[in-house]
Design a protein around this ligand. Structure first.
Ligand SMILES: [Zn+2]
Length: 437
């Protein structure tokens, strides 16, 4: 073979390699301009007010309550993270739930973060404008409010992205004390007494230049229903004093994402006596705040070389009697014409931390299985994200006549969530967690 021939063959090989690389890059949707690799991690944070016009019907109990006052301001809080290649938004709102068909348009009402990389979750406060819709007459959800709230979430994302700056990232973990199967002054599992998830996780984001706190992302599980069924004020429930105390100590914004809240109620729960409310709310908030600050104190600051984000579609068959009745009578503002609630789950990986989103209320037994599958020191489970399929009850405990089971899409909830987690994590399943042995 001549020298010319070798040169020609080498040039052809190079062109073929370039073409293959272009094709791969296209299929991975990696923007060419930043394909050289991730840069330093940047983050931004912003919030928007979600106070409804008054009076407003509140959701959370078996009957609608008419609220004429605001006890504390509900907000949408957004953190945007960017490694120079991948950008994601984590947003949590002080609302009871936000269904997937509302999430979809809200994600696309801003262009700073790709819509598919936006996670919208709620804190599940039971003093929220009527959004579940299950306990009022048909049409009791104010769709004007839904649309406005989605716009507020999008605005918070856009502002957070506009303020991106280099950050230091720390992860910490604390355990709430368990005494007699309960967390005193904080929470108990009334569905399966004695089984409770005591973990409180935090992600701290500090301005890399000044060291000032930018945001604290908290993950803990408990129903925000210290305020009872006869209270008539819009409120974030026990989270309002948590936001104030944590931001007061650590600076920046505090975001709280629910974890294993299914079957878990606060101690005390359902207070109506005005004289008892203040002490009840601040007692529960103090236990939570102490654990958050302890986790923050222990935070391990790490290099996060890159962000990864994946999603997978989930299909929840609707089989529960109450849910079927609610869908059939048009009470639930959810599209489920073929008896399937379609939504998605996402996995975000940041160094030693993984954040798995779940579109409903996982019970502690389910959380234990997910935690085992996540298999990392900082296993964030972001419940109430992208949708609400109701309680996610462990298969081995599912009682078709139980109240938690009736307030769920049905007995397939756990199976669908575990299967989606397996796909996202690339693992076959879980080892039976200790609490269930
Ligand atoms: Zn609930």
């Amino acid at each position: 073979m001549t020298k010319d021939h070798w040169e020609q063959a080498a040039l052809e090989l190079r062109d073929r390699a370039r073409a293959a690389s272009r094709k791969l890059r296209h299929s991975l949707r990696v923007p060419a301009a930043v394909a050289g690799g991730p840069g330093p991690l940047r983050a931004g944070v912003a919030t928007r007010d979600l106070t409804p016009a008054l009076p407003v019907h509140l959701d959370g109990y078996w009957q609608l309550r008419r609220a004429e006052r605001v006890r504390d301001t509900p907000r949408a809080r957004a953190v945007v993270l960017d490694d120079g290649r991948t950008r994601v938004a984590l947003v949590v709102s002080d609302l009871i739930a936000f269904y997937s068909q509302w999430v979809e348009p809200a994600r696309g009402r801003q262009s700073a973060v790709p819509a598919a990389n936006v996670l919208l979750a709620t804190t599940h406060t039971h003093s929220s404008p009527c959004l579940l819709g299950m306990f009022g007459p048909p049409g009791s959800v104010d769709m004007g409010y839904v649309e406005w709230a989605g716009g507020q979430m999008a605005e918070a994302i856009a502002e957070a992205a506009a303020g991106l700056r280099p950050v230091r990232v720390g992860f910490g973990r604390a355990e709430l004390p368990i005494v007699g199967g309960e967390i005193p002054g904080f929470a108990r599992n009334w569905h399966n007494p004695g089984v409770i998830d005591p973990a409180v996780l935090v992600m701290r984001l500090l301005d890399a230049e000044t060291g000032a706190g930018l945001a604290t992302v908290v993950n803990l599980g408990n129903h925000p229903d210290v305020l009872g069924d006869r209270t008539v004020e819009v409120s974030c429930d026990f989270l309002a004093p948590v936001y104030e105390a944590v931001s007061g100590r650590l600076g920046g914004e505090t975001l709280v994402f629910q974890r294993a809240l299914g079957g878990v109620e606060p101690i005390p729960q359902g207070l109506n006596d005005p004289a008892e409310l203040e002490a009840g709310l601040s007692g529960v908030a103090q236990v939570a705040t102490r654990a958050v600050l302890e986790a923050a104190e222990r935070a391990e600051f790490v290099e996060v070389p890159r962000i990864t984000w994946r999603t997978t579609e989930c299909r929840f068959p609707i089989t529960s009697g109450e849910a079927l009745k609610a869908y059939a009578s048009g009470l639930l503002p959810v599209e489920a014409a073929d008896g399937v609630q379609r939504t998605e789950m996402a996995l975000l990986e940041l160094g030693p931390a993984r954040f798995l989103s779940v579109p409903g209320e996982p019970h502690p037994e389910v959380l234990a299985k997910l935690s085992d599958m996540l298999g990392c020191p900082y296993d964030f489970v972001l419940a109430m994200a992208q949708d609400e399929v109701g309680y996610i009850v462990a298969g081995e405990l599912f009682n078709p006549a139980g109240i938690q089971e009736l307030l769920s899409a049905g007995r397939d909830n756990e199976r669908v969530v575990l299967a989606a987690a397996s796909r996202l994590l690339g693992v076959d399943g879980y080892r039976q967690p200790t609490c269930l042995r």
